[in-house]
Design a protein around this ligand. Structure first.
Ligand code: HEC
Length: 204
């Protein structure tokens, strides 16, 4: 048998073993928790997922520099964008503790901490732009490397560790609200302006 053949045989066996390990892991997860989102991943599963995510971003993408310079205006605009599109899962302060965030598995990480802040700008851009498969993180941008809105969000993620309580309060104005919350808010505003509220079904 030539050395080329021996090499292919070993790769083949390694492939079979890796596939068997994967099947056993998934079967084990299913038997243990039936794919419930309540059961948090163990340390090994988390490490493997982080390793795979990190290595899925190409060296080229990781090295991309942010083309947008940080300024008070840019940060304020990105802050509102984050409050509108991201805070339902990540919370305004980036902690990940929100109505959806707490129920997601894997959960959104605390964006203020080392695990996120140690990633390069290019890697954060790539995650926001392309999303993370098999997690709740959606893909947001077009596939180009020059989506300025995404680059501004990267600046805001960098700003999160120094977010002030005033900024966090301002973000509440930009959080999405449900139609019933909107009606409640309008009724309150009218009440404060001294306008009487028409009972439901009234014609005038
Ligand atoms: C529907 C829920 C959801 C929404 C909306 C969402 N995310 Fe995420 N996000 C997640 C989850 C879950 C993860 C963790 C993915 C994983 O396990 O790798 C994540 C991961 C991330 C990460 C990577 C953090 C890290 O250290 O790996 C960044 C950055 C991020 N999100 C930014 C954003 C931004 C910016 C927006 C809005 C444009 C947004 N996300 C909207 C759920 C969400």
């Amino acid at each position: 048998m030539s050395s080329k053949w021996r090499f292919s045989l070993w790769s083949f066996l390694a492939g079979i073993l890796a596939a068997a390990a994967l099947v056993l892991t998934v079967a084990g997860m299913w038997v243990r928790d039936g794919f419930s989102a309540r059961q948090r991943a163990g340390a090994i599963e988390t490490e493997v997922a982080h390793f795979a995510l990190h290595n899925s971003v190409s060296t080229h993408q990781r090295a991309l520099a942010n083309p947008v310079a940080p300024s008070a205006e840019v940060i304020a605009a990105a802050r509102d964008h984050f409050a509108d599109h991201c805070a339902t899962c990540h919370a305004n302060n980036g902690s990940g503790h929100s109505m959806y965030g707490d129920g997601l598995n894997p959960p959104p990480p605390d964006l203020r901490l080392e695990v996120t802040q140690s990633k390069s700008d290019g890697e954060l851009y790539s995650i926001i732009q392309n999303g993370v498969r098999m997690s709740g993180m959606p893909a947001f941008g077009t596939s180009s490397e020059h989506d300025l809105e995404t680059w501004k969000l990267v600046l805001f993620v960098r700003h999160l560790p120094s977010l002030t309580p005033e900024e966090e309060r301002a973000m509440q104005q930009a959080n999405p609200i449900t139609p019933s919350e909107l009606r409640e808010q309008q009724a309150e505003d009218q009440f404060l302006q001294g306008i009487s509220i028409q009972p439901k079904g009234s014609t005038r």
